[in-house]
Design a protein around this ligand. Structure first.
Ligand SMILES: Cc1cc2nc3c(=O)[nH]c(=O)nc-3n(C[C@H](O)[C@H](O)[C@H](O)COP(=O)(O)O)c2cc1C
Length: 741
């Protein structure tokens, strides 16, 4: 709901908001330019009396001196019956230039304040400012939910693509935008009488004026006591009228100065209300606060970009959340499928499940988890598919589920199964699905099968879950859904290096290149597709389609696009279809493949140590990171294999990287040699050094099989204990990353 409310005003008012923002950012430049052109003496160096004396010397017909908040001094004068205005140097009182407010800025200001439409335009500008305020506040709430709470707002953000970019940019700009929107709404509300406006009526003309012989202005006592920095305005008396007075306005208040005695008359300090009013104006315009002007201007420039990324997100969400159709009414359904989703991906799986169950003869009711009914009178199966969001929290369409569950009457015939969708890069992998599973068991429902957790929308795991469910309910199900149908390219095997045959762990380094597109218009077409291949880096995934039409299998890339090859390490799994297929390839053979980016698995840039840990084929991306470490930042590799003579992958390259210092330290463990050691043993041996590195901010990246990763995690819990840290703490800070399979 809040998401819709966040998007709607932005959608309707986008033209106005973007106009306000762009003109606002241009206006914010004015104080910066004014300040750059102004001569500003240090505080205490020049008094108003000295300034007025120097100005009066150069401009005998001075009528008024005005100092704006940027420090510019303007003299209004009359000469030979003509009036004029000049910018002057306050140090000398000499003319710098004729004073002319830039026509361009005047026009932009009118556009900003009223869209050039006077009062109706001012109203629209006011309403737009209020909408902006709402968009900022609702956006902050959504950002906090996304990050897992207000305290987590500054943590590195998760996700990819437009969503991540939108959130990152919004987080940078939101304070500036909030300040502009808040002060803008306030000023508009005052203008239309919705809020009272503080105004000082000013002091009355003094009843007693000496009327004596006027003294030169630079000798008037009251003016010698005011510093130039405090001056706002000094209006000169009419010439030849000894009963007239100087009228003085400073940052502290206003009053009059007797031109003969130099005494300050009727001084009235500025009221608090008027000071506040002035501050609000300054906070909105940045006038006199050039650095704030810059911040507001840059923040405002983010609005057009946020509008575009916001529209893309809205469209993506709409596209992916086209809800399930042809659903059966609640009290007629024998299977109820409930969906918890934030970004829409889980709905695609739910549609596939609904189709599979319907084909198998079930009557399926499908709805979001927030719509949990009080009871399902006829249903015998409740299937819940849910993602996890924020920091292990419920996604939007399941946020009210736990509350509704309290009043849910389960009945004795209803059994359930939970399928969680999440991402292992997050510390609380599929946490919400686990909680839902527990809560349903706590309600007395029986599980059809244990809760299953799916990492990064794996199509393969989903269809395996479907097979298990089909077996459990005695009705075979064939589920297939790949949320992002990949656009593949043809790759040709250029080279392979084989290891591990002697120790029954055949593992190969395979290097592919884009297949030659041949000649003719077809080749032109494939060449242009080639260029649309996304850039990739070591650690991204190469999806390979096995020829038998099975789902893609993913392999971590050891190379980056700049290397000109697609390099992967593949261990031949017993009975593995895709790994068997890849191991059977000869140079010149080709495969269909695509790139899936994996931005969550990358070493940090900078000088903090990076500890790389892997076993077997997991060395691939780790070697890629070392190869890219041309800045020679400290990087340590712990790697475990079977035998130094048979499966020591990348041995020559690693030796070379040690020599040229791209790799700082290498520690290996071999399980089928005399030492019979695992990578965990090496970590334990080096625990003091590792602890010290972690204490200085080091990052850990683990790549390899699930069992090895679990062992490494256990060792790290031990290493971290004296630091009063655990692996989850490091994960939250993006300092413990895993790529496991
Ligand atoms: C901001 C954000 C926070 C996430 N938090 C978690 C999390 O705490 N645990 C987890 O397992 N997955 C987390 N994920 C991954 C999502 O659960 C996963 O991408 C899921 O497939 C999204 O499905 P949906 O589009 O239906 O919501 C997060 C994703 C994003 C973008």
């Amino acid at each position: 709901m809040l998401r819709k409310l966040h998007g709607l005003p932005a959608l309707f008012a986008v033209v106005f908001l973007v106009t306000l923002a762009v003109t606002g950012s241009m206006l914010a430049l004015a104080p910066v330019l004014d300040r750059a052109g102004a001569v500003v003496p240090p505080a205490g160096e020049i008094s108003v009396a000295q300034l007025a004396g120097r100005v009066a010397e150069n401009y005998p017909g001075t009528e008024q001196i005005v100092r704006d908040l940027s420090g510019q001094v303007v003299v209004y004068y009359s000469r030979d019956g003509q009036t004029g205005a000049d910018l002057v140097n306050p140090l000398t009182g000499e003319r710098l230039a004729a004073y002319q407010p830039a026509a361009f800025f005047v026009w932009i200001r009118d556009l900003h304040r009223s869209f050039l439409l006077d009062t109706p335009g001012r109203m629209v500008a006011g309403i737009s400012a209020a909408l902006m305020l709402f968009v900022c506040l609702s956006g902050m709430v959504l950002l906090a939910r996304r990050s897992g709470g207000w305290r987590a707002l500054m943590r590195p953000l998760a996700g990819t693509g437009s969503q991540r970019f939108h959130a990152e940019l919004a987080r940078l700009a939101v304070l500036g935008l909030l300040l502009s929107a808040l002060t803008g709404s306030f000023l508009s509300a005052q203008r239309f009488g919705l809020l009272p406006e503080a105004s000082d009526p000013g002091p009355g003309f003094p009843a007693e004026v000496s009327g004596g012989q006027p003294r030169p202005v630079d000798r008037l006592k009251a003016l010698t006591e005011v510093d130039l920095g405090d001056l706002r305005e000094l209006v000169f008396p009419y010439p030849d009228d000894p009963r007239d007075v100087y009228s003085l306005t400073t940052t502290g208040g206003s009053g009059f100065v007797d031109q003969a005695t130099g005494e300050l008359l009727q001084f009235q300090p500025r009221s608090t209300g008027s000071a506040v009013q002035q501050w609000i104006m300054r906070l909105h315009t940045g006038e006199g606060l050039w650095w704030l002007g810059l911040i507001l201007g840059v923040a405002a420039l983010a609005v057009p970009v946020l509008s575009v990324t916001g529209a893309i997100i809205w469209w993506q969400r709409r596209w992916s959340s086209v809800k399930v159709q042809h659903r059966v009414a609640v009290d007629e359904a024998d299977v109820v499928v409930l969906v918890g989703s934030e970004g829409g991906a889980t709905w695609g799986f739910a549609r596939a499940l609904q189709t599979g169950l319907t084909k198998a003869g079930f009557r399926v009711h499908c709805a979001e988890m927030n719509a949990l009914a009080d009871a399902y009178p006829v249903a015998s199966m409740l299937l819940l598919l849910t993602s996890t969001y924020g920091d292990g929290d419920a996604p939007a369409s399941a946020r009210q589920f736990m509350t509704r569950l309290r009043d849910f009457r389960a009945g004795s015939t209803l059994n359930y199964a939970v399928l969680g969708f999440g991402d292992r890069q997050f510390p609380n992998f599929c946490q919400f699905a686990l909680e839902v599973d527990e809560a349903l068991a706590g309600k007395g429902l029986s599980r059809i099968q244990p809760v299953e957790l799916i990492d990064r929308c794996s199509a393969g795991r989903f269809s395996e879950w479907g097979d298990q469910l089909g077996t459990a309910i005695g009705s075979p199900l064939s589920l297939s859904h790949d949320p992002v149908p990949p656009r593949t390219v043809r790759l040709e095997l250029a080279e392979r290096v084989d290891y591990g045959l002697a120790v029954q762990a055949p593992t190969s380094i395979l290097r592919f290149r884009l297949a030659d597109p041949g000649r003719g218009w077809r080749s032109w077409f494939s060449r242009s597709r080639r260029h649309s291949l996304p850039a990739f880096e070591a650690g991204d995934l190469l999806g390979i389609l096995p020829p038998q039409g099975q789902d893609a299998r993913f392999y971590s890339l050891a190379s980056s696009a700049s290397d000109g090859v697609f390099e992967i390490c593949v261990r031949k799994q017993p009975g593995g279809l895709c790994s068997g297929y890849l191991h059977g390839l000869k140079p010149g053979d080709s495969v269909e493949a695509f790139i899936r980016q994996n931005p969550g698995f990358r070493p940090v840039a900078g000088t903090v140590p990076v500890i790389l840990i892997g076993a077997g084929a997991g060395i691939g991306p780790l070697t890629g990171f070392i190869r890219n470490n041309t800045a020679r930042n400290p990087m340590y590799l712990y790697w475990g294999g079977r035998s130094a003579t048979s499966d020591f992958l990348y041995q020559p390259e690693l030796g070379h990287y040690l020599e040229d210092r791209r790799l700082t330290g290498l520690s290996t463990a071999f399980s089928r040699s005399a030492e019979r050691a695992y990578v965990q043993d090496r970590l334990l041996q080096d625990q003091t050094a590792l602890r010290q590195m972690i204490d200085t901010g080091a990052q850990v990246l683990v790549c390899g099989g699930r069992e090895m990763a679990a062992g490494v995690k256990q060792v790290f819990e031990e290493i971290l204990q004296p630091l009063r840290l655990d692996v989850d703490d490091l994960r939250v800070q993006g300092r413990y990353l895993e790529d496991v399979y």
